[in-house]
Design a protein around this ligand. Structure first.
Ligand code: ADP
Ligand code: MG
Length: 757
C-alpha cells in the first residue's frame, strides 16, 4: 500500500468559458522518505499537481488515496482536517504572515501542542534548526526572501506533517541562498515525503531520489534516481497522532490566534478600536437623549405617587375640610396632611428662581412641589422645619450654580415669595425632575400664591379707605409684582415701600386709613359668546381685612408702590375660594401599606380614599404623548443601532481585506476554519473592550461632573447592558457574515501567488 497514491487524476479549469487542462491521467505513488523533484515547462501542470495533492484544488477525474483510503467523498471540513494532518506547503512567494513575528508564525503551526511552555520550547528548537534564532522577534515583513523561506520551513516542520510540498521554493532567491534552502529542506525531511517543484533541476539533483517530468498536463517521465531508505511508522504511533489532533482545543487556540492577530497589526487594531469607540459612543449619546423608549413600560399615576400618600374626599362630593383631615391624622397616626394638594400633582413643576453664584445672575428652573417625601440619609443640611424653609432635591449640575457652601443659606423664590434653603440632596439621573420639599405651612403658602397668581384672570385688588370716606386704589394686580408675598411680614400687618407710602400720604395728606379691602375675582372665557364672564359667584369675593400699614424702610429704592403681605393673609384669600370648590386633600402615612389599610377603613366611613400608588392613569392624552415619544425614541434607537452596524461592517471589511491573505495562509497550513473564526471573534471583541471601557469611563465621568451632567440624560444600568449586549451580538453577526463571504472563496484563489502563473 502506497502512502500516497494518485489514480488517473484529471483536473480541468473552466474560466471565462474556456476549458484548460490542468493535469490529466496522472498515476503516481509516493512513499515517505522520498525527495521528489518535479520539473516541466511553465503551464505543464506542476502547480496543479501540488494543489490537488494538498487538497486546495478539487479534481474531476480519478481518485486520491491517502494511506490507502479514498478521498473523493471528502467535504470542505474533511479537506481541512486532511491538510492539518498531512500537508505542509511551501510557496515560491513564501506566504508567511507578514505581521507576525518569526516566533508567532512558527507557533501558529504548533497549535496542536496545548501546553504553552512546551509549544514555545518546540518553536525555539525549530527556529534554531533553520538557523533563524537571531530573528525570533522580527516581523515577517522585515525578513529577506531566504529568511522568509527558512521561517516557512520551520513552520512546515512545526506541523510535523508527513508530506511537504514545495512549489518553486527557490524561485525568488539567488543561487547561493537557493542551495542553502534546498539543503535545509532535505535535511529536515529525511523521514518525510518531500515533493519539490523546480525549474532548475541542477539545484536539487544532489538530493533528489526521484525525478518526475511533466509535459502538457501529463507525466512525461518518472525516474527513480536513488532508492530511498524505507521509513516505517508503527501503527500505534499513527493512532497517537490522530488522537492528539482530536484533542486540539479550538476555542483556546482561537483565543491565542485572535490575540496574536490583534497585537500583530497595531495600527489596524488601533483604527478598529477608535471606530468602535466612536460607534459605541455615538449610540450612547444618541440613546442618552432618547430614554423615553423605555418609559412606555412605566406606570403612570393619576396622583403623584409619593410613598404613604392617601388622597381623601367625600363619596357624596362634599368638600373635605381641614378638620376632617386633622382627625384622620390623629386617629390613624399619619405624618401630616395637605389640605389643598393641587400642587402635588403638577408634575411639570413650577418655576422657581435662584441666584447663580457662578454666573452672577438669577435664573429659574422648574421644580415639582412636594410634601411628606424623604430623600435618604445622606442629605446636606436638614429638612425644612419652618414655613419659610425649603429642601431641594436637585440634579448634580446645580451644585456649581449655588456653590456648595453658600447653598444652605441661599434663597429660592416663587413669584416673589422667598424661601430659605434648609437642605439639599443632589442626584445624578437627569431623567428625574428636581423637587422642592416644604413644611405643611410652607406648602399652603406656595399653593396660595400658585392659586392666586397663576390663574390668568385672577385679580386681587387692594383698596385703601381714607378717613374722609373716598376710596383710593393703591395697587391692583399681582402681575406687576407690586404685590409681594413675604415671610418677613408679621401676621396682621402690611408693609408698603417708601415710594408707596409717600404717594399715599401725599394724596391723603397723612390722613390715611388702616382699612384695606382685598378683592379677588375669577373670570371664565366663554367660547360661545367669545367674551370673558364671571365664573360662578363663589369664586368672586370681596372681603375687608383690617391690617396695620407699615412703611418698609428697607426697600425704598423701588420707584413704584409695593405692598408686602404676609403669606397667611394670602392663604386666607386663597382659602376663601378653595374652601368652597376644592374637594380633596392628601394625608401622609409612613408607608404605602399603611395608607392602603387606612383607605379601607375610611371608605367604610363614607370617604372616598385613594392610595396614590394604586391609581393607574386612565389619562388618554398622557398615554398618547407617551406612545408618540416612545415611538420617536424607538426610531432613534433603531437608527443608532443601524449606524453602529454600519460602523462595525466598515471596520470588519477593512480588517478582513487586510488579513485575507493571512487567513488563506492559515488555511493552507491546515488550521481549522473554526479556529480562525474564533480568532476573528476574539479579535473583534478585543477591539470592543477599549470601546466599552471608554464609554463606561466617560459615562461615569459625565455622570459625576456637574458641568457636563446637565447635558445628558442617563439611562438605567440595564439599558446600557442592552446596548452592550446588542453591540456584541451585532459584532458577532457581522463578523460571521464577513467570514463566511471570505471562506466561500477557495484557499488558492485567496492566495495572491496561487497556482495560476
Ligand atoms: P505550472 O505550475 O507547471 O506552470 P499550472 O499547474 O499552474 O502549471 O497550470 C497548468 C495549466 O492549467 C495551465 O495551462 C494553466 O494555464 C492552467 N491553469 C492553472 N491554474 C488555472 C486557473 N486557476 N484557471 C484556469 N486555468 C488554470
Ligand atoms: Mg506553477
Amino acid at each position: 500500500m502506497a502512502f500516497l497514491r494518485l489514480k488517473d487524476i484529471g483536473k480541468i479549469y473552466v474560466s471565462e468559458g474556456n476549458v484548460t487542462v490542468g493535469i490529466r491521467g496522472v498515476n503516481l505513488s509516493f512513499e515517505k522518505g522520498e525527495f521528489v523533484a518535479v520539473t516541466g515547462k511553465s503551464g505543464s501542470g506542476k502547480s496543479t499537481l501540488l494543489n490537488v495533492i494538498s487538497g486546495m484544488d478539487s479534481f474531476e477525474e480519478g481518485e486520491l488515496f491517502i494511506e490507502g483510503e479514498p478521498t473523493s467523498h471528502f467535504l470542505q471540513p474533511d479537506w481541512e482536517e486532511y491538510r492539518s494532518k498531512y500537508i505542509s506547503f511551501i510557496f515560491q512567494d513564501y506566504n508567511i504572515i507578514e505581521s507576525f513575528t518569526v516566533l508567532q508564525n512558527v507557533e501558529l503551526a504548533l497549535m496542536h501542542i496545548e501546553d504553552k511552555k512546551a509549544r514555545r520550547k518546540r518553536a525555539l528548537e525549530l527556529i534554531d534548526r533553520v538557523g533563524m534564532t537571531s530573528h525570533i522577534k522580527h516581523k515577517g515583513s522585515k525578513l529577506s526572501g531566504g529568511q522568509k523561506q527558512r521561517t516557512v520551513i520551520a513552520r512546515a516542520l512545526a506541523k510535523d506533517s508527513p508530506i511537504i510540498l514545495a512549489d518553486e521554493p527557490t524561485g525568488n532567491l539567488d543561487s547561493a541562498t537557493s542551495a542553502e534552502i534546498i539543503e535545509l529542506l532535505r535535511e529536515v525531511s529525511k523521514d518525510k515525503l518531500l515533493i519539490v517543484v523546480t525549474h532548475n533541476y541542477d539545484e536539487v539533483e544532489r538530493f533528489a531520489t526521484r525525478h518526475i517530468r511533466f509535459f502538457d498536463g501529463a507525466v512525461e517521465a518518472d525516474t527513480t534516481v536513488v532508492t530511498p531508505c524505507a521509513v516505517s511508522e508503527s501503527k500505534e504511533e499513527i493512532k497517537e497522532k490522530k488522537q492528539s489532533i482530536k484533542k486540539v482545543k479550538e476555542v483556546k487556540n482561537g483565543i491565542t490566534l485572535g490575540r496574536a492577530m490583534f497585537t500583530s497589526k497595531p495600527k489596524l487594531s488601533l483604527f478598529l478600536c477608535l471606530l468602535m469607540i466612536l460607534g459605541t459612543f455615538g449610540v450612547f449619546a444618541m440613546t442618552s437623549f432618547c430614554g423615553e423608549a423605555f418609559d412606555i413600560f412605566d406606570e403612570y399615576y393619576m396622583f403623584n405617587n409619593i410613598e404613604g400618600r392617601l388622597v381623601v374626599t367625600h363619596r357624596s362630593g362634599q368638600v373635605v375640610t381641614e378638620k376632617e383631615l386633622e382627625d384622620i391624622i390623629s386617629e390613624y397616626g399619619g405624618k401630616g396632611y395637605v389640605h389643598y394638594d393641587l400642587l402635588l400633582d403638577q408634575e411639570d413643576g413650577q418655576y422657581f428662581s435662584f441666584f447663580d453664584h457662578e454666573e452672577g445672575y438669577t435664573r429659574s428652573s422648574r421644580f415639582e412641589c412636594t410634601f411628606g417625601e424623604t430623600f435618604g440619609d445622606d442629605i446636606i443640611g436638614k429638612y425644612p422645619e419652618k414655613a419659610n424653609e425649603v429642601f431641594l432635591y436637585l440634579p448634580i449640575s446645580y451644585s456649581t450654580y449655588f456653590g456648595k457652601d453658600s447653598l444652605i443659606t441661599d434663597k429660592i423664590e416663587y413669584r416673589g415669595l422667598k424661601y430659605t434653603i434648609s437642605g439639599v440632596k443632589y442626584y445624578y439621573d437627569n431623567n428625574i425632575k428636581g423637587k422642592c420639599l416644604f413644611t405643611e405651612e410652607g406648602f399652603e403658602t406656595v399653593t396660595a400664591v400658585y392659586y392666586l397668581m397663576s390663574r390668568g384672570n385672577t385679580n386681587v385688588t387692594v383698596t385703601v379707605t381714607p378717613k374722609d370716606g373716598k376710596d383710593g386704589m393703591l395697587s391692583d394686580s399681582f402681575q406687576y409684582y407690586s404685590f409681594v408675598p413675604s415671610f418677613d411680614v408679621e401676621e396682621g400687618k402690611i408693609y408698603i415701600n417708601d415710594q408707596g407710602y409717600r404717594k399715599y400720604s401725599e394724596n391723603y395728606k397723612g390722613e390715611f386709613q388702616t382699612n384695606i379691602r382685598f378683592m379677588s375675582s375669577y373670570y371664565k372665557y366663554d367660547y360661545y359668546l367669545d367674551r370673558y364672564d364671571n365664573y360662578g359667584k363663589n369664586e368672586v369675593f370681596s372681603k375687608e381685612f383690617t391690617e396695620e400699614i407699615i412703611s418698609d424702610k428697607t426697600n425704598s429704592s423701588f420707584e413704584y408702590p409695593e405692598i408686602y403681605v404676609s403669606p397667611s393673609l394670602l392663604f386666607d384669600i386663597a382659602n376663601e375660594v378653595l374652601s368652597n370648590s376644592y374637594r380633596q386633600g392628601s394625608v401622609f402615612f409612613e408607608s404605602d401599606e399603611k395608607a392602603e389599610s387606612v383607605a379601607e377603613k375610611l371608605n367604610d366611613k363614607g370617604y372616598l380614599a385613594v392610595p396614590a400608588n394604586t391609581t393607574y392613569s386612565p389619562d388618554e392624552s398622557t398615554t398618547i404623548d407617551t406612545v408618540v415619544t416612545a415611538i420617536i425614541s424607538g426610531i432613534v434607537w433603531v437608527l443608532s443601532i443601524v449606524f453602529l452596524a454600519f460602523f462595525i461592517n466598515l471596520c470588519l471589511s477593512r480588517t478582513l481585506g487586510a488579513i485575507k491573505n493571512d487567513m488563506a495562509i492559515m488555511r493552507s497550513m491546515g488550521i481549522q476554519v473554526k479556529v480562525i473564526r474564533i480568532g476573528m471573534y476574539v479579535r473583534m471583541l478585543v477591539s470592543l473592550i477599549p470601546a466599552f471601557i471608554f464609554v463606561i469611563g466617560s459615562a461615569i465621568y459625565i455622570f459625576t461632573s456637574p458641568k457636563l451632567n446637565q447635558y445628558f440624560v442617563f439611562l438605567h444600568a440595564e439599558h446600557y447592558l442592552i446596548i452592550f449586549v446588542g453591540v456584541m451580538l451585532l459584532t458577532y453577526r457581522i463578523t460571521k457574515k464577513q467570514i463566511k463571504k471570505l471562506f466561500d472563496e477557495s484557499v488558492k484563489k485567496s492566495l495572491k501567488g496561487g497556482a495560476a502563473e
